[in-house]
Design a protein around this ligand. Structure first.
Ligand code: ADP
Ligand code: MG
Length: 355
């Protein structure tokens, strides 16, 4: 299958966007703090042509399913086509002068879905890129990222931050993407030659993830309200006044964010100084905070992290929104084959992905 087999003509536009792994900085994006993801090779590709029959026809290779629609009304029960409708809705809403056109679309993806490496952002960013090219609307990468976030926040109803969309839209493969989520300023930082990151899939269900994610989002917004700050990201560790927060659970959630922001800054410094052991230590601290204070880990994930370190990784942590998904480990390149041999005894090759 492919675009031409499905629609019997060639596509007019082809655009893609990559998935990402967050190296450090979890739930610090929508709290106005710092994050540091990097792009993965996995990517989503969109092919597009005009549809003259006033229909939107979309085929997803992953679901091996075609959807046809005429309006942008969200499905009653969540459906993958909602992401596509949401992108059209937000794009045309942003560009009100553009006359509505209909499209044939083919979606090809190598990204594992629902595993915390943000297939949804790569999908939305690539669709918006394709529409931007088709209509020559000249929106820059930052603008497309903001629109892709709107699709998830306003149309789908996920309370996510801007990290995924920004790195997917602007990031460069092979560089760390340090982002200040408050002003959207970013730096692309090179990796030292002896560093290697590797993912291990914990294969945990998705449903529980999105509801717990939204719970954590609300808890952090309570902390911001009680501390009377606009964003937790602006609270320094020594000024974090837990007496102002009424619930012990909310204190723990907020402490994760306040300490995590500090770790992201230190991690960037370690990268610039080629200090692999400090970066590794920060990843371990980040995981402990994510697991104990934020309670976003699972037993299976904690086991992967522990085993990876026992097998020789300098750092390892759960990455993404939490409650399962991928873990990321940092290994010295010349020790990588040794680490791989050991970890492969616990987890099959299909679950291990080199970055
Ligand atoms: P993640 O972003 O971590 O992969 P999400 O739950 O946020 O997980 O997004 C996954 C959802 O995005 C899928 O259930 C589907 O609705 C949509 N999606 C992602 N990639 C594709 C694709 N290739 N084809 C159709 N829908 C997709
Ligand atoms: Mg997502």
């Amino acid at each position: 299958m492919g675009f031409e087999d499905t629609y019997k003509h060639k596509p007019q536009i082809k655009e893609s966007a990559n998935a990402r792994v967050n190296l450090i900085g979890e739930h610090t994006d929508y709290t106005g703090g710092y994050v540091m993801p990097t792009l993965l090779k996995f990517k989503n590709t969109i092919e597009l042509s005009k549809n003259s029959e006033k229909q939107f026809v979309v085929f997803s290779e992953y679901f091996n399913e075609k959807k046809v629609f005429n309006d942008f009304v969200k499905s009653k029960y969540s459906d993958w086509s909602d992401y596509i409708k949401g992108c059209f809705f937000i794009f045309f809403d942003e560009n009100k002068k553009i006359k509505l056109e209909h499209f044939n679309m083919y979606i090809k993806s190598t990204i594992p879905l629902g595993r915390g490496i943000s297939s949804s952002s790569a999908l939305c960013v690539s669709i918006l890129k394709a529409l931007n090219t088709y209509f020559n609307t000249q929106m820059n990468g930052r603008h497309l990222a903001i629109l892709a976030k709107k699709v998830e926040n306003q149309y789908i109803g996920v309370s996510s931050g801007i990290m995924d969309q920004m790195v997917s839209s602007i990031g460069i493969y092979g560089k760390a993407f340090f982002l200040d989520c408050l002003n959207l300023k970013y730096e692309l930082v090179s990796f030292p030659s002896n560093w290697k990151f590797c993912l291990i899939d914990s294969e945990v269900q998705r449903n529980l993830r999105s509801s717990s994610y939204n719970d954590r989002f609300s808890e952090l917004k309570i902390a911001e309200k009680e501390l009377a700050v606009e964003y937790l990201g602006g609270v320094e560790i020594n000024k974090f006044d837990t007496d102002k927060i009424s619930s012990p659970t909310v204190i723990k959630r907020a402490r994760h964010v306040v300490t995590e922001n500090y770790r992201v800054l230190k991690a960037k410094e370690s990268l610039l100084n080629d200090d692999i052991s400090q970066f590794g230590k920060l990843m371990i601290e980040s995981h402990n905070s994510y697991s104990k204070d934020f309670e976003a880990s699972t037993k299976d994930v904690d086991d992967i992290v522990d085993r990876s370190i026992q097998c020789g990784a300098l750092g390892a942590r759960l990455t993404g929104g939490g409650f399962g998904g991928f873990t990321v480990s940092l290994i010295e390149k010349d020790k990588f084959s040794n680490w791989y041999k050991k970890i492969n005894k616990f987890y099959p090759a299909e679950k291990i992905f080199e970055v």
